[in-house]
Ligand binder design. Structure first.
Ligand code: ADP
Ligand code: 5RP
Length: 575
């Protein structure tokens, strides 16, 4: 039962640091957002596959948005603060000042972002060790995890960064340190991105085998030797200095943090589904898959016992829902890929002008344009001879191969608005097929999933959601609160405040079903024409497909728009 305080309107602040922006919300104990603010953050790409940010920029953005969401309320009603962020690597010296992660020596840029792929050589050597910790990241460590990036810093920025470093933080943990002065790390970030084991702690043999033995020194002081479950209250709460920065009361509870996808999972997966005609009603929560779709897409499935899924990260214990194991599938670029395909098309300026004239987002305009040109056929039929392979930034899951590239087949000489709309649709469908491959890999290993719970920026795109339902054949639940990741962050603050006895209790109280999108069975007939079905129809499993770029004279030259290169491909059995 909620305590007396809750009757007076206890509020919690959630802060979500995504790739492109920082968001904050003021959330009540029912999970209702009373205020929302967002603030863009800078990203630098000094060279291909190097993606950097600034922890100082991000903290300033956090302060801007938190002040906005608490304007006009009685600050004494704020009971707790929770952070989530992307799993980017923050580098500080022994006095907690930023250090450069670049050859330019620019210490303002002290973050290697989650999608940075600079450490290809390092991750290859780490995977060559076949160390036992790798079985807990799907068998293959991702270049996007922290050990490869740490090794890159040691091997490439020895004097200007590595030797001066005092603290390496996952971004969510940097934020909770900045708020409390406590250097404890969250179990979530260390288990998921650093190879820490909830049962056994650090594995010295791994760090020594990969050449990072210096991190073992001083009992892992640089990467964390106090590890707390997400939602645990940190130290004495918000420091006076941070309180002044954020415009919040000093001493309020601050929670051990979560990675953004995991916060999204907490924000959606515990909702009461009674009365919605869903297969997961009355089923265990393990029948629910949370998909957090923003710049990337993360597929979060939980189980009571560890499930080892080749090419899917995990199993991670208590990294999202306490007491459950977590497998995390993923597609490194989804929103980013859609933006890339649309903005790089020759007809994009025309799209922009027409969407602006109609006061619509470019995606709302594209969705309505598809409805216009589909005529009487199901919209999915429009891509019957245009296909996209979405691995423009490698394949995170289930192929776990960073060398894979993207592909478009079926291009014509025309590049008008119709062509752009159909390419956009094919990209959205390819992402949904990628989700289906991940679900199939998870179910082959032992998961039993019946319902998708989707959130993130792409959850605001009705076509994206409908294609996920149609192509996976599963209903997609959208939360009552669109900003579900922020609800997840607020759940952390609510738990740290002591207003809820557990994360599970807060999840049940604070996440609510909004809309359910069911698959349109009648549209299934057009999907077998899709490239992915073609691939599957040849008896290929995802791991067997190889693409042979035909080097004969038939190779199409890159089309006018540099991002589209028409290529022939031949799908053949992997010998
Ligand atoms: N209203 C919308 N309609 C369609 N797509 C959207 C909408 N809002 C955001 N997006 C897409 O969602 C992605 C960003 O999602 P978001 O969750 O904000 O990302 P992140 O957490 O990675 O910063 C972008 O690709 C953007 O184009
Ligand atoms: O690897 C991650 C989660 O495990 C990254 O944090 C996530 O992929 C990036 O999130 P977003 O797409 O919302 O920016």
């Amino acid at each position: 039962m909620p305590g007396r305080d809750q009757e007076l309107g206890s509020y919690y602040v959630g802060v979500d640091v995504g790739t492109g922006s920082v968001r904050a919300a003021l959330v009540d104990q029912r999970g209702i957002l009373l205020a929302f603010a967002d603030q863009p953050i800078n990203q630098w790409e000094p060279q291909f596959n190097h993606h950097e940010q600034s922890s100082e920029d991000i903290w300033v953005a956090c302060c801007i948005v938190t002040k906005k969401v608490v304007q006009g309320i009685d600050l004494n009603q704020i009971r707790g603060l929770g952070f989530d962020a992307t799993c980017s690597l923050v580098v500080l010296d022994k006095q907690f000042h930023p250090l450069p992660v670049n050859h330019e020596g620019d210490s303002h840029r002290n973050i290697i972002m989650w999608l940075d792929h600079r450490a290809v050589n390092q991750v290859h050597r780490i995977n060559e060790t076949k160390h036992s910790v790798l079985q807990y990241v799907g068998g293959v460590m991702s270049v996007e995890m922290q050990a490869p990036k740490l090794l890159w810093l040691k091997e490439n920025l020895r004097e200007t960064c590595w030797d001066k470093a005092g603290h390496f933080f996952d971004l969510p943990d940097f934020l909770s340190w900045k708020a409390t002065g406590v250097t404890a790390r969250s179990l979530c970030s260390l288990v998921c991105k650093w190879t820490y084991s909830a049962e056994k702690g650090w594995d010295d043999s791994f760090w020594k085998m990969v050449g990072l033995e210096d991190l073992v020194a001083d009992n892992y002081s640089k990467i964390g030797n106090q590890v707390l479950p997400p939602g645990t209250s940190l130290g004495n709460g918000l420091t006076p200095e941070a309180a002044k920065d954020l415009g919040l009361p000093a001493g309020i509870a601050v929670a051990a943090s979560l990675i953004d996808a995991h916060a999204g999972g907490l924000g959606v997966i515990g909702a009461d589904v009674r009365g919605h005609g869903l297969a997961c009603e009355g089923q265990p929560v393990t029948s629910r898959l949370a998909i957090i779709c923003g710049t990337s897409s993360c597929h979060m499935g939980i189980s009571k016992n560890p499930i080892f899924v080749p090419g899917v990260w995990g199993p991670y214990f208590s990294a999202m829902v306490p007491g459950f194991w977590l497998n995390e599938g993923g597609q490194s670029v989804t929103g980013k890929l859609i933006d890339h395909m649309v903005q790089g098309h020759a007809a994009f300026p025309e799209l922009q002008a027409k969407a602006t004239a109609r006061c619509q987002s470019i995606y709302a305009y594209l969705n309505s344009h598809l409805d216009l040109i589909k005529k009487t056929q199901p919209v999915g039929f429009l891509t019957v001879d245009l296909h996209v392979w979405p691995d423009f930034h490698g394949n995170r899951s289930p192929l776990a191969d960073l060398t894979l590239k993207g592909m478009v087949t079926g291009l014509k000489l025309s590049q008008d608005l119709d062509d752009l709309a159909i390419l956009y649709l094919a990209t959205v469908q390819a992402i949904a097929f990628g989700t289906r491959l991940i679900i199939e890999a998870m179910e082959s290993a032992g998961h039993s999933i019946s319902t998708l719970f989707l959130c993130g920026g792409l959850g605001k795109n009705p076509l994206f959601v409908q294609m996920h339902a149609d192509i996976t054949g599963m209903p997609v639940v959208l939360s009552q609160e669109v900003e579900s990741v922020l609800v997840g962050a607020a759940i952390l603050g609510a738990c740290a405040s002591g207003d809820f006895a557990s994360v599970q209790e807060a999840m049940a109280r604070m996440s609510k079903v909004g809309k359910v999108v069911f698959p349109r069975r009648e549209d299934k007939r057009v999907l077998p024409g899709n490239f992915w079905e073609l691939m599957k129809s040849t008896g290929m499993g995802p791991g067997q497909v190889s693409r042979q770029i035909v080097t004969e004279k038939r190779l199409l030259r890159p089309s006018v728009s540099p991002i589209f290169s028409g290529v022939y491909f031949r799908v053949q059995k992997w010998h």
